[in-house]
Design a protein around this ligand. Structure first.
Ligand SMILES: Nc1ncnc2c1ncn2[C@@H]1O[C@H](COP(=O)(O)OP(=O)(O)OP(=O)(O)O)[C@@H](O)[C@H]1O
Ligand SMILES: [Mg+2]
Length: 353
C-alpha cells in the first residue's frame, strides 16, 4: 500500500455570513462540514455535487488559500493545516490549482514563455541558463510548439490557453493538481482533448488529481474514485465504477439520472431533485437531504447518518441504503422509474448532451 499524498480529516469551514456592527459573526455558512478523504499518487478523486455544496471550498482549503475552521490536512504525511506561510512554502509547490477560466488566470501582458518562466524563477527550480529549454519542454508536454512561447495569451484558443495553464502548473513539478471545473467552459470536442491530456500527463508523471465538477458525464471519463457532496458533507464515496453501477444514496441516484446521454436514441429525460438546495446557513437537522427525500422517516429528520463503508471502500451516508430498491429499479430506464423516486426527481427538459 502506497501512502497517500494527501489526507484530509474531518475538514470544516464556516464562513461568517453576516456580522454584528462589531464584526462578531451573527450567522455562519457551514460550507464544509466534516469532510475526510485520502488521495494517492496517480489517482483521480472527483468531487461532485450541486452548486454551493462546498466543492470549491474543499479545493481552496487543501490549497491553503483559506484557513480551515477545524480538521487536518496532511501533505505527504506532514500536517500542514496550521503551518505559517514561511513553513508552508516548501509544500506549496506540491499542490497546484487549475480553474475554469484560463483567460482570467493568464497575464495578458506576458508572453507564454515569460508566464512559464516565472514559477521556475520564483521557486528556483532550474538554473537561469536552462530555463529556455525547460519552457520548451513544458510546452511540448502539453502539446504546444516551442516557438509558441513567444506569443501572448490572446493569440491562443480557449483549449490552448487551458494547455498553457496546465503547463504553468506543471512547471513547479507538483504531486497534486486541483482541477476546479477545469474543462467546464470548453466546447465538447476541446473538452475531450484536455481530459485526454490530463490523463496522459497523469500516466507519465504520476500526478494525483482532485477533479471538481458538477458534470458527472465528464467525471465518468476521468475519475478513479468519486466523492458526492451535499450541503458540505460527503454523502457517498467509492470507486467510480461502483458508484456509477450501484449508486446507493438517493442523492447520488438523483444526480446520476441527470447525466445527459450522448446518443439521441438513448437520450432520456434529464431529471434533477425537486426543490432548492437548502441553505448551508440553516441546514436541516438529521440527514441534510431529508426535506427532499421521498424515503425520509423520523430517524432521518433526527439523526445524522454517518458514512457507512461496505468493506470495499464504497460508503454511503443514508440510514436506509440497504433497504432502498436496487438502483437498477430506481433509475429511470426505458421509462421505468420507481414511483417514489419519481417524486424525488423534478423532470426538466432534455438539454444538450
Ligand atoms: N468567502 C465566502 N464567504 C461566505 N460564504 C462563502 C464564501 N465562499 C463560499 N461561501 C459559501 O459556501 C458554500 C459553498 O460554496 P462553494 O463555492 O464551495 O460551492 P461549490 O460547490 O464550489 O459551488 P459551484 O458548483 O457553484 O462552484 C456556498 O453556500 C457559498 O455561498
Ligand atoms: Mg465551485
Amino acid at each position: 500500500m502506497t501512502a497517500p499524498v494527501l489526507e484530509v480529516e474531518n475538514l470544516v469551514k464556516h464562513f461568517a455570513a453576516t456580522r454584528s456592527a462589531f464584526g462578531r459573526p451573527l450567522t455562519t455558512v457551514k460550507a464544509v462540514d466534516g469532510v475526510s478523504f485520502a488521495l494517492k499518487s496517480g489517482e483521480t478523486l472527483a468531487i461532485v455535487g450541486e452548486s454551493g455544496c462546498g466543492k470549491s471550498t474543499v479545493g481552496r482549503l487543501v490549497m491553503r488559500l483559506i484557513p480551515a475552521t477545524d480538521g487536518r490536512i496532511l501533505l505527504d504525511g506532514e500536517d500542514v493545516t496550521t503551518l505559517d506561510d514561511r513553513k508552508f512554502r516548501p509544500y506549496r509547490r506540491k499542490i497546484q490549482l487549475i480553474f475554469q477560466d484560463p483567460f482570467a488566470s493568464l497575464n495578458p501582458r506576458m508572453t507564454v514563455g515569460e508566464i512559464l518562466s516565472e514559477p521556475l524563477m520564483l521557486h528556483g527550480i532550474v538554473p537561469a541558463g536552462e530555463r529556455r529549454s525547460r519552457v520548451a519542454e513544458l510546452l511540448h508536454l502539453v502539446g504546444l510548439q516551442p516557438h509558441q512561447g513567444a506569443r501572448y495569451p490572446h493569440e491562443f484558443s480557449g483549449g490552448q490557453r487551458q494547455r498553457i495553464v496546465i503547463a504553468r502548473a506543471l512547471a513547479v513539478e507538483p504531486k497534486i493538481i486541483v482541477c476546479d471545473e477545469a474543462v467546464s467552459a470548453l466546447d465538447v470536442s476541446i473538452r475531450a482533448q484536455i481530459l485526454n491530456l490530463l490523463k496522459d500527463l497523469q500516466a507519465r508523471l504520476g500526478l494525483a488529481y482532485i477533479f471538481i465538477s458538477h458534470d458527472l458525464g465528464v467525471v465518468k471519463h476521468i475519475a478513479d474514485r468519486i466523492a458526492v457532496m451535499y450541503l458540505g458533507r460527503i454523502v457517498e464515496t467509492g470507486s467510480s465504477d461502483e458508484v456509477f453501477a450501484d449508486p446507493r444514496h438517493p442523492y447520488t441516484r438523483a444526480l446520476l439520472s441527470a447525466i445527459p446521454v450522448a446518443s439521441p436514441a438513448a437520450r432520456r429525460e434529464r431529471r434533477i431533485l425537486e426543490g432548492d438546495v437548502p441553505s448551508p446557513i440553516h441546514p436541516p437537522p438529521g440527514c441534510h437531504l431529508h426535506p427532499r427525500c421521498p424515503y425520509a422517516t423520523d430517524l432521518c429528520r433526527r439523526d445524522r447518518p454517518m458514512l457507512e463503508d461496505d468493506g470495499t471502500g464504497h460508503a454511503s451516508a443514508c440510514h436506509f441504503w440497504r433497504e432502498l430498491p436496487s438502483a437498477a429499479d430506481a433509475l429511470p430506464r426505458e421509462g421505468r422509474v420507481d414511483p417514489r423516486l419519481e417524486r424525488l426527481f423534478g423532470a426538466f427538459a432534455a438539454g444538450e448532451p
